[in-house]
Design a protein around this ligand. Structure first.
Ligand code: GLU
Length: 574
């Protein structure tokens, strides 16, 4: 136990006095899309989850403590997005020793995984929805081990107490949210899947918003993990339920062994940081491409004076898009699980390299093709990746505790409802569809090809931004598949370059390029940029872009937070 923890022991007594759940009036989402606080804050995708996290913070818990509680409640109330059947990445700043750590709880492929697992017998890739459904794409879940690792380092309140709010809600029932009900109403597959259909489609009809839903099976799992520790999730009955569900899936039955689950390890990775203006922007390294993407794009944009341009003007958007295209070209070639592939992280983020990449950008004309650069010595020449990454779910939340510790975490089961397989009250992920479906390209191996034990490349970009003195000033991130980096970047640029309120930066129209056309969020004012961008040579498409940015801006005046109006999130704090 370090000295900062000794100093706060009296607060543990406070935890006993403050009820961790209560029957408060429902939180008005519209009123809490933005908020201010003096001491601690949480911005998360669901009011019940954010409120549970806030109570842990109020009780003297650390940012990691609140993170555990929030993620357990999200497993219950936002099951479409993340949960204990999935994975996560967590970026943590410790205020006492001013240390930044990043935790990898990404799902791992089972030993049965093969490079060609997503190819059809004729050698062509499976259709993405066909691959995502059922057992084949389920990776070994990492959330519980990752949170346990972070708790061992930064927890204050006892592990078991952090599960109580979710257990209570699961036993007593919670109100189904409009977003969950909407996704259930439109899903075509889940009403045919055993277990899943009984929970979400009682009597064959989708749950409606406002229905009180109980989940005793999940309560039992959470109680076992609370009382007996994280190992309970990785040996015994709980993993047996996972392996059996994967093996007996109506679609794509697959083999995940007890040993695959027992041997899962959460890992601490080196943070990935770049200097942007006077700030230091830090995020998650491989197996996520998020930190490298955000870092490369900002590193390239460092060469241009965005602050002197009109926010979201065609001139500024063009530069952001061109920098993104260059970063995505590098990503497709170089980035994968660094335990398997030599990823040239420092080469990709070297200021000289990024300055050279910036020189490829013309201020008013689209570059013909964005090629990958020579970012470093690689063990072999890779082929270009073909991971489709169509995920529409995932969750991001940001937490700041009263001691100044900060968490930025993105958690996922990949697409909405993951593999759509449910066991013991929770859904299993389909994260393995983040691998490249083609293991080779033009005779070269693809860095992000599937392999036993390997973690599929992610775009999740939980980020913390620091000022010149090393103090954290912004925690931010989003769901959104491979658009995650673009969403996150928009908020960072909005706050840093354009001095926007974090909630306004989050709400601003999404404009993203992942290498192909520019996607502009349909129905927003940004649609008006189309002619000017086309005149520069860009192809522009209007699309639904449901980011889920949840951020906390830490200023000398206190904490300011924002929740994405495209989802159901809130900002709470005191
Ligand atoms: N599976 C995606 C990733 O790890 C996230 C999916 C989503 O955000 O919808 O990058």
């Amino acid at each position: 136990m370090n000295s900062s923890r000794l100093a706060i022991i009296p607060l543990m007594a406070l935890a006993i006095l403050v009820p961790l759940t209560s029957c408060d009036d429902a939180i008005d989402i519209e009123k809490h899309r933005r908020g201010t606080a003096e001491s601690y804050m949480i911005a998360a995708a669901n009011p019940l989850a954010a409120d549970a996290g806030r109570k842990i913070l109020a009780a003297g818990g650390s940012a990691v403590d609140a993170t555990i509680t929030t993620e357990m409640v999200l497993t219950l109330v936002e099951p479409q997005s993340s949960g204990i059947g999935g994975g996560a990445f967590l970026v943590h700043h410790d205020a006492t020793d001013e240390k930044l750590e990043t935790y990898d709880g990404r799902e791992a492929a089972p030993a049965s995984a093969k490079p060609d697992m997503f190819l059809k017998p004729d050698g062509t890739p499976m259709r993405w929805p066909d691959a995502a459904l059922g057992g084949r794409a389920v990776g070994v879940p990492g959330v519980i081990r990752m949170l346990a690792l972070a708790h061992a380092d930064h927890g204050i309140l006892p592990w078991a107490d952090l599960f109580e709010p979710a257990i209570k809600l699961a036993e007593e029932g919670f109100e189904v949210s409009p977003r969950l009900a909407g996704l259930l109403a439109t899903d075509k597959e889940m009403r045919e899947i055993p277990v899943t259909k009984d929970y979400f489609y009682p009597n064959g009809t989708p749950l409606k918003a406002g229905t009180i839903l109980k989940n005793p099976a999940l309560a039992k799992v959470l109680r076992a993990v609370a009382e007996n520790g994280p190992a309970q999730f990785y040996a015994g009955d709980i993993p047996a339920g996972i392996t059996e569900t994967v093996a007996s899936a109506p679609a794509n039955p697959a083999r995940m062994s007890a040993e695959d689950i027992a041997s899962y390890e959460a890992k601490k990775r080196d943070p990935v940081c770049v200097t942007y203006r006077v700030y230091r922007v830090c995020g998650m390294g491989p197996p996520s491409s998020g930190g490298i993407l955000v870092g490369q794009i900002l590193g390239i944009l460092n060469q241009f004076d965005l602050g002197g341009m009109k926010p979201f003007s065609a001139e500024a958007v063009h530069l952001i898009v061109e920098a993104s295209r260059l970063a995505f070209a590098d990503r497709a070639l170089y980035v994968a699980d660094a335990d398997f592939i030599p990823v040239p992280v420092s080469g990709l983020l070297a200021p000289g390299y990024l300055a050279a990449r910036a020189r490829l950008i013309s201020p008013d004309k689209r570059m013909e093709k964005a090629f990958p650069g020579r970012a470093g010595q690689s063990a072999w020449r890779f082929g270009t990746d073909s991971a489709p990454e169509k995920g529409l779910s995932t969750t991001h939340f940001s937490v700041r505790d009263r001691y100044g510790n900060v968490v930025s975490i993105t958690a996922s089961i990949e697409r909405a409802f993951g593999s759509k397989l449910m066991t013991q009250g929770f859904l299993l992920n389909n994260e393995l569809t983040d691998f490249s479906f083609r293991p080779e390209s033009k005779g070269h191996p693809v860095a992000n090809a599937p392999a036993p034990g390997k973690r599929p490349r992610s775009t999740m970009s939980p980020t913390i931004v620091f000022d010149q003195t090393g103090k954290p000033v912004l925690a931010i991130g989003s769901p959104g598949g491979s658009r995650i980096a673009g969403y996150t970047l928009k908020a960072i640029i909005g706050v840093i370059d354009w001095n926007m309120h974090v909630a306004d930066a989050i709400a601003a129209p999404n404009i993203v390029s992942r290498g192909g056309p520019i996607d502009i969020e349909a129905g927003t004012a940004a649609e008006a940029l189309k002619p000017a961008l086309e005149a520069m040579g860009h192809e522009v498409k209007f699309r639904e872009m449901t980011s889920g940015l949840h951020g906390i801006h830490i200023t000398s005046d206190g904490l300011t937070g924002g929740a994405d109006p495209r989802r159901e999130g809130v900002v709470l704090g005191d």
